[in-house]
Design a protein around this ligand. Structure first.
Ligand code: SF4
Length: 67
């Protein structure tokens, strides 16, 4: 799922300590640095960096499972 980034997202993500990226997903294979379910990770490997990020999108994976 892709959402257009806005300042409210970053503020609330910090306020509520939102986890949504592969870095915090139980399906991420740290040894292989890849998704154990073979999904692409390039768009959401790490939490969104903020307004300076070029694509201005926040990407969520529907198989995310909190580690
Ligand atoms: S299931 Fe989705 S969020 Fe989890 S590691 Fe795989 S691609 Fe990343």
């Amino acid at each position: 799922m892709r959402l257009e980034w806005n300042p409210t997202f970053s503020r609330q993500a910090e306020q509520f300590d939102l986890r949504y990226s592969c870095a915090d997903c139980g399906n991420f294979d740290v040894g292989r640095q890849a998704c154990a379910h073979k999904w692409p990770t390039v768009d959401h490997r790490l939490p969104h960096a903020g307004a300076e990020e070029a694509d201005r999108e926040v990407v969520f994976c529907k198989e995310f499972e909190l580690r």
